[in-house]
Each structure stands twice: as C-alpha cells, then as structure tokens.
Design a protein around this ligand. Structure first.
Ligand code: NAD
Ligand code: GLY
Length: 369
C-alpha cells in the first residue's frame, strides 16, 4: 500500500492506495468512526458491486452501516438530491464530530463532500473513491460541489476529507469507457508538469486501462502525489498553481456544454479532447511545435480516448463553442485564463488569449479530418 500525505495546515490527511482497502475499511478508518452507526452515501451501480464488501468490514468491527443509495449519474449533484441527503443525515442524527463515508465516483464524492461541508456548519467525511477519475483527482483536494441550472459545480465549498482510501480492486468492476475517461486525468499530470511521467504513460497507459494492478498502482500513486503537491501549494486556487490542473478543462467544458453534459461525452473524454486542443492551440501560439502537439494527441489516442472534435458530430461553429467559455467559472474580471504548454511537462497560464482567435482555431479543428 502507498501512503501519500496531503499537507495542509490544521487539516492534513492521508491518501492510501492499495488493493483490498474497502474490505479492510473499518480498520483503515479506525477511530474516525467513533460511533456504532456509520452513514454511507453511494449510488446503485457502486452498491451492486461494493456495498456488501464495505458492510462486512464495518459489521465485523461492531458497526451498523447505514446506506443511502442514490440513482447513478451527474443528476445526483442537484439541489433536490442534496436536500434529500441533508434530510437523511439529519434523521440519522449525524454530528459534527462524525464522518460520513462517500463510496463512489466523483459524483458521490462531490455531493457527499458538499453535504458534509454544510451539515451543522461542517462535519467530517471520508472518501472511498471507486472510479479511476475519483481516485486520481476528485477525491483529493477538497473541492466539493453540486450543479445548478446555470452550470456545473457552481455551488460548492472547499472541504477536505479526513482520509481517502483508493482501493484498486474497485477498478475491476468499472466499465472500460469510464476507466479510459479517468485515465485522461492521469496523463494530464504528465503533460502539465512531469515529462518523465508522461513518457511512462506513453509506454504503460494501455496497461492501466487493461487492468494491470502494478501499472494502476503506479499511475494512481504518482497522480495523487502530483495533486497533493499542488493542493498543498495552492489549496484554494489563488496563486495559479492549482489552476494548472484545469489543463484541457476550458476547451473540454465547452464540448461538454455543447453535448448537454450527457453520456454522449464523459467528463474525462472532454478533458482528453480539451488537452489535445490546448496542445494544438499552444502550437498555434508558437509555444510548442506541431510535433509535440502530435505526440500528445498520439499518447491520448492510444489510450482509447477521442482526439478529434471533428468526429463528434457537434453541428456548431467555433464561435458557439467559444461562447460556452464565457460561462466558465474561471472567468476573471472579463478575461479567461487558458492553461497552455511551453513544453511537454511545462504548463502555464496564458491570460492574453482572445476568444475570437480561439473561435477561429476551433473552426479549423471542427473541419479537420
Ligand atoms: P461518476 O461518479 O458518475 O461515476 C461514473 C459511473 O461509474 C457511474 O455510473 C457510477 O455509478 C459508476 N461506477 C463508479 N464506480 C464504479 C465501480 N467501481 N464499478 C462499477 N461502476 C462504478 O463519475 P466520475 O467520472 O467518477 O466523476 C465525475 C464527477 O467528478 C463530475 O461530477 C465532475 O464534476 C467531478 N469532478 C470533481 C473533481 C473535484 O476536484 N472535486 C475533479 C474532477 C471531476
Ligand atoms: N480537478 C481540479 C482541482 O481539483 O483543482
């Protein structure tokens, strides 16, 4: 098992990566579970595979797990489901010193984390991430949120978990498409800040998606280390370091908005396409050369991820896509900072990008074959 500390003054915690952590959850959580009753929030897909494993561990340690099983999907990050969750937690008499377990992907983690942030002005929670995306990204760093009619993740809070248990066994039941989508966030760490890790991904990425446990452990551990370093440096995204984690997200967000935030394009797939676009746009701006952009596209494409927006059948022009960016929550006093590349492994924030130029670039990309 790998142990990665997330160092934050007054609220440091550990991310543990290994196989079998859900079956050992009671011992792993130890004194964080201070009462007999333990509230667990999950979704129906995850529950069908992992509820019994978690329940057995908790029951063997004398706990009484109490499960709230939600419908799977992004729809759970809503006011309506949040209200249901809050009412349930209050009925369960969860107190500020208790810890709620979030068993699931990024949807369950974001929703549970936000519920924990506002329940009685803040109670504890533990992340039990079951998707690759959640293990390498969303369970670490304390961003929690729900969506509203105005957009994704617009209502939320920074609220750090007390512990993260990333059980690689959970990935064995994850659909292949979800695995590939999560892998986009893995290779992102290499592209934005670690050339050697990018090169490892070029060679081993397909093994991660195929289920090789050693490759998965290395990928998750290195990703979490990178995220922990960045979060410790810039927890609230104020200095710019954490903003680099948004590589591919501005382009990706526009693609998700155009496809209605639906299963037509998963978040990780949008990030994959977004990183290819960010690399090509970096080449257009003269920061990297076309060969580097092509190398990034090739590494992403060889990992079962899409790389050409022309193949999406979007039926819109570049200006429409650029228009979605105006509603990006990273908009800052009328400018939208773009994460671009000076090299593979060297991302930076470009605050001087014109959305007209981005629209023209996207028109070319929409027509490319
Ligand atoms: P998800 O939680 O919807 O999970 C994807 C699908 O896989 C769901 O159908 C789920 O039921 C299923 N699933 C989960 N684990 C499984 C398992 N082990 N076996 C079988 N099926 C399983 O999606 P996600 O990709 O994990 O997360 C996406 C969400 O994360 C988005 O809402 C996004 O905004 C958020 N996010 C948050 C952060 C952050 O820093 N907080 C970062 C990135 C993404
Ligand atoms: N997923 C981006 C962040 O945590 O900042």
């Amino acid at each position: 098992m790998a142990l990665i500390p997330v160092e934050l003054a007054g609220r440091s915690y550990e991310v543990r990566v290994g196989t079998g952590l859900l079956a050992d959850a009671a011992a792993q959580c130890g004194k964080l579970l201070r009462k007999r009753r333990v509230p667990v929030i999950t979704d129906a897909n995850v529950a069908s595979h992992w509820k019994d494993t978690l329940a057995a561990s908790l029951e063997a340690a004398g706990h009484e797990p109490r499960f709230l099983v939600l419908a799977p999907g992004e729809g759970a990050k809503s006011w309506q489901v949040l209200e249901l969750v809050m009412d349930w937690l209050l009925a369960e008499e969860v107190e500020r010193g208790d810890h709620i377990l979030a068993l699931g992907g990024g949807v369950i983690g974001d929703l549970t984390g936000f519920a924990a942030a506002i329940l009685k002005r803040g109670c504890g929670f533990i992340q039990l991430p079951t998707t690759l995306l959640a293990q390498v990204d969303s369970s670490v760093g304390g961003k929690t949120a729900i969506n509203t009619g105005a957009g994704k993740n617009l209502v939320g809070a920074f609220h750090q978990p007390a512990l993260v248990l990333a059980d690689l066994a959970a990935l064995d039941t994850l659909p292949r498409r979800e695995m590939a989508a999560g892998y986009a966030e893995v290779i992102k760490y290499g592209i934005l800040g670690d050339r050697a890790f990018f090169e490892w991904c070029e060679a081993e990425g397909p093994q991660v998606i195929a289920g090789d446990k050693a490759a998965q452990e290395y990928a998750v551990t290195e990703s979490v280390k990178a995220k922990a370093r960045i979060v410790a440096e810039d927890e609230r995204e104020t200095t710019g370091a954490r903003a680099l984690l948004n590589l591919g997200h501005t382009f990706g967000h526009a693609l998700e908005a155009q496809t209605g935030f639906s299963d037509r394009l998963l978040h990780g797939e949008a990030v994959a396409l977004g990183m290819v676009l960010a690399a090509r746009y970096s080449a257009r701006r003269g920061y990297i050369d076309d060969l580097q952009a092509a190398r990034i596209a090739s590494a992403i494409g060889s990992s079962c991820l899409p790389v050409e927006i022309a193949g999406l059948g979007l039926n819109c022009d570049g200006a429409t896509l650029a228009g979605h960016m105006l509603h990006d929550k990273k908009m800052d006093a009328g400018t939208l900072p773009f994460v671009l590349l000076r090299d593979i492994g060297e991302a930076f924030l470009d605050r001087a990008v014109s959305l007209e130029d981005v629209a023209a670039f996207l028109d070319e990309q929409l027509q490319a074959r």
